[in-house]
Each structure stands twice: as structure tokens, then as C-alpha cells.
Design a protein around this ligand. Structure first.
Ligand code: HEM
Length: 177
């Protein structure tokens, strides 16, 4: 498989970044929701110590992905017989996913810095109340927005795979072409 995408399928770099990001986002939702619901400060801190590097990793992978598309790679074309409204919706959802991941990761970092939580994360200080800073509220809202976009994104992939049966998932490395 070529490292760059062709007109009909994604290249190995785009596929690796896509699935690694997907896996890390599952871990981020698990650790983020558990941390937010946690009342025991030590358990909350342990969850955040797993959440933060994952979030920073997703931010770096997303920036890498954007640079990769801008300087080195081109998206494969969407199936020619697909209605225009579906092509436009797919582009809008993909663009919104990039935007929402960037805002979510940035608001998470801003929450840690502005609430003064960094000494607790890297040292032994007590974790302050994170709810007092505005980026914490932004983080809560954008993660819900991301869930909605992911539902559309995954729903569209399943529609292609099982209703249109055009094997679109194989372009992203799943199953035979
Ligand atoms: C795309 C990346 C990320 C996703 C999908 C994500 C997801 C989540 C979710 C679902 C929550 C629970 C929110 C709620 O229930 O209100 C959360 C909380 C949180 N996240 Fe993230 N997060 C990401 C990146 C980051 C980053 C980069 C940081 C900081 C470096 C961060 C710091 C936090 C903090 C401090 C909380 C609050 C936990 C609490 O209230 O106890 N997140 N995150």
C-alpha cells in the first residue's frame, strides 16, 4: 500500500492516523466522563493523568493530519453516483470534526492552565475545582457536539457498507476492496 492516497483509496499514513485517533478518542471519552463524574480527588487525578496525554496526542495527530493533507496528500474522490447533498454533507461533517477536535483539545489545555491544576497533575499539589473556569464549560459542550458529529460520521460509514454496499470502508483499510 502506498503511503499517499490515490483517487480511489486512502494511503497508509492517512489510514494509520485515522484509526489511531479513533482509538484514542474512545479512551478520551471513557477517562473524561469518568473523571467528570468522580468525587474521590485521588481517582479523579489518576483519570486526568491518563486523559491529558491522550488529549495532547490527539491534538498533535490532528495537526499532523491537517499538515499532511495540505502539503503532501489528496483525499480520494467520493463515489461519482452519490447525490450532491450527501457529498456536501460529508465534507461539512469532516471539516466540523477537525474544528471540534481542535477546540476540544485547546479548551482542555486551557482548563488545566487557567484553573491552576498543572502542579497537581505533574506533582503532588491538591487538585483545584476545575468548574470555575470558562474553558471547562466549553470542553463539556464541544465533547457533546463531537458525539453528534461522530454519530453522523459512523452512521454514514455503515450506510455505505450495508445499504449502498459500495465497500467505502475498504478505502480506509477495512475489508477487501
Ligand atoms: C479531542 C480530545 C479530547 C476529548 C474527546 C476529550 C473528552 C472529554 C470528555 C468527554 C470529558 C467529560 C466532559 C463532561 O462530562 O463535561 C472531558 C473532561 C475533561 N478533559 Fe478532555 N478531552 C479531550 C482533550 C483534552 C485535553 C487535551 C485536555 C487537557 C490537556 C483535557 C482535559 C480535560 C479536563 C480537565 C476535563 C474535566 C474533568 C473533570 O471535570 O473532572 N481534555 N474530556
Amino acid at each position: 500500500m502506498s503511503i499517499k492516497s490515490s483517487s480511489t483509496r486512502y494511503g497508509s499514513v492517512a489510514i494509520a492516523i485515522h484509526w489511531l485517533t479513533a482509538l484514542m478518542i474512545v479512551g478520551l471519552f471513557a477517562t473524561g466522563l469518568l473523571a467528570a463524574a468522580q468525587v474521590d480527588p485521588a481517582a479523579k487525578l489518576a483519570l486526568l493523568r491518563a486523559h491529558l496525554p491522550l488529549g495532547a496526542g490527539v491534538l498533535l495527530l490532528t495537526l499532523l493530519r491537517i499538515v499532511w493533507w495540505l502539503v503532501a496528500d489528496r483525499h480520494p474522490a467520493l463515489p461519482a453516483d452519490q447525490p450532491n447533498w450527501q457529498k456536501l454533507t460529508a465534507r461539512a461533517v469532516h471539516f466540523s470534526l477537525y474544528a471540534v477536535v481542535l477546540v476540544t483539545a485547546s479548551s482542555g489545555i486551557a482548563t488545566i492552565i487557567l484553573s491552576g491544576a498543572l502542579p497537581a497533575i505533574v506533582g503532588s499539589a491538591t487538585l483545584p475545582n476545575l468548574e470555575t473556569v470558562l474553558p471547562r464549560a466549553v470542553h463539556g459542550i464541544t465533547t457533546r457536539l463531537m458525539l453528534g458529529l461522530l454519530a453522523l460520521h459512523i452512521g454514514a460509514a455503515l450506510y455505505h457498507q450495508f445499504i449502498r454496499r459500495d465497500r467505502l470502508l475498504s478505502r480506509m483499510g477495512v475489508g477487501a476492496a
